[in-house]
Write a protein that binds this ligand. Structure first.
Ligand SMILES: *Cc1c(COP(=O)(O)O)cnc(C)c1O
Length: 428
């Protein structure tokens, strides 16, 4: 399979190039040149067994040209080993819970897949350094996704004093091939250093560094897999045929992956892009104008994105045809007040604990009268403060997260300078 850039369909790149570059040289996002067709009978059958079995089939469809089956199977088995259940909420509502992985958020799926896939691609290429800056959640998903992967070392920069204690624990208690750097500076400093290192050609000749950015093709493609699993479970539970699917969205990788699944043949009636107050895409869906805004802070902070990168993938999948986009996708956005009320409604009416991001999905599903399901992107207990504000009480952390606070944090303190970080990487 080859990959083109959203900004130039003529130049093709190998999987290896697309994976290690992250972003295309012209600044576009990589897209598969051929979208494979999934056999829905097979999908239903494999989905009955497990998400992991289903992922094994879909991984082969995408990567079977480059990698032998033993490798694609190992990637799927390593990355997709937790359940992705469709839960019934009340009498006739359903949500697909994507948060049963190691950090209890859906980014675990893409990050885990990328980790295992890089190892498979890496066998001949030698050691790779994954370099990433984080304001919290991405770092923990990447650390967990790449933990213990041979031939890969992960260097994570995070701002001192600006990530939550739980997030810091998730990044710093693993050890092994994970090297957290606590930077005396802001998240912007961390991002600047990472950018400087990626554009330092001399250093890149010396060390093979790559990013685990969420736009990477190896993180994006596997996100299409759980849509199939959700569909199969929903069909079985309801006897329906074509669900509507609501996607809580920020950078729009998740929704773009759903559209990819639809292109592979998944029957979906309609998608709904569910946003918080950062409503660049819902506005575009109404007006046809894509006007990025500075992001605003909300209680669903993993969706605080004013200029979503994966928007390019969405319009590319529709051949830049606005009417085709609006025929398939509806837009919804709401403010913090509504998110808090919705968390309360879900809890009071159904006894269901929802995190703030997923609550936006539920609200959109209600507003649009969706017959289908919304995606739940994180476990409610991860957002203790918001939940306390909404419900007036605390909920225990899931086991796994529960044990973290007591573990020893291992990190290196470092100043906000590119050369210090480069020297640190040389010393590994
Ligand atoms: C990242 C994230 C989102 C947004 O997903 P995108 O693919 O960026 O649209 C939603 N919810 C949670 C909990 C997240 O971590």
């Amino acid at each position: 399979m080859q990959y083109y850039s959203t900004r130039n369909h003529a130049a093709l790149f190998s999987l290896q190039e697309a994976a290690f570059r992250g972003l295309a040289p012209d600044g576009g996002l990589f897209m598969p040149a051929v979208i494979p067709h999934a056999d829905l009978e097979k999908v239903r059958e494999l989905s009955e067994c497990s998400f992991s079995e289903l992922s094994r089939y879909l991984t082969r469809l995408f990567f079977g040209d480059e990698l032998p089956e033993t490798r694609t199977d190992a990637i799927a088995a390593g990355a997709c080993r937790f359940p992705v259940p469709l839960k019934q909420v009340g009498k006739d509502k359903y949500t697909l819970e994507l948060f049963h992985g190691p950090t209890f958020a859906f980014k675990d799926i893409g990050a885990g897949f990328m980790g295992h896939a890089l190892r498979a691609l890496n066998r001949t290429a030698g050691e790779t350094i994954i370099l990433t800056a984080t304001s919290g959640d991405t770092g923990s998903a990447v650390a967990n996704g790449f933990y213990g992967i041979e031939g890969v070392k992960v260097v994570i920069l995070y701002p001192d004093g600006q990530v939550s204690g739980l997030q810091e624990s998730q990044m710093t208690t693993l050890g092994g091939n994970i090297f957290p750097l606590k930077v005396k500076g802001t998240f912007d400093d961390c991002q600047r250093i990472v950018k400087d290192i990626f554009s330092d050609a001399d250093f890149r000749r010396e060390k093979r560094v790559t990013s685990a950015n969420s736009i990477n093709i190896l993180r994006w493609i596997p996100q299409s897999f759980y849509y199939f699993h959700g569909w199969a479970q929903w069909v079985k539970a309801t006897g329906g045929k074509r669900p509507g699917i609501v996607v809580p969205s920020g950078n729009y990788g998740n929704l773009a992956a759903g559209l990819l699944a639809a292109k592979m043949g998944l029957p979906v009636r309609r998608f709904i892009a569910a946003a918080n107050a950062n409503d660049t895409v819902p506005k575009y869906l109404r007006s046809g104008r894509f006007e990025p805004q500075p992001s605003v802070r909300t209680v669903a902070n993993a969706m605080d994105v004013g200029n979503p990168s994966n928007f390019e993938r969405i319009v590319d999948l529709f051949g830049n045809d606005f009417s085709a986009v609006t025929a398939r996708i509806g837009g919804y956005s709401c403010d913090d007040q509504t998110i808090l009320e919705t968390i309360r409604e879900l809890y009071d009416r159904y006894g269901y604990l929802s995190d703030p991001h997923s609550a936006v999905g539920y609200k959109a599903a209600c507003e649009f009268g969706i017959e289908g399901f919304w995606l739940s992107t994180a476990h409610g207990a991860k957002f203790g403060e918001v939940i306390r504000t909404a419900l007036g009480k605390e909920f225990p952390l899931p086991s796994g997260l529960h044990e973290l606070p007591g573990k020893e944090k291992l990190f290196t303190r470092i100043g906000p300078s590119t050369s210090s970080v480069e020297n640190f990487i040389r010393s590994l």
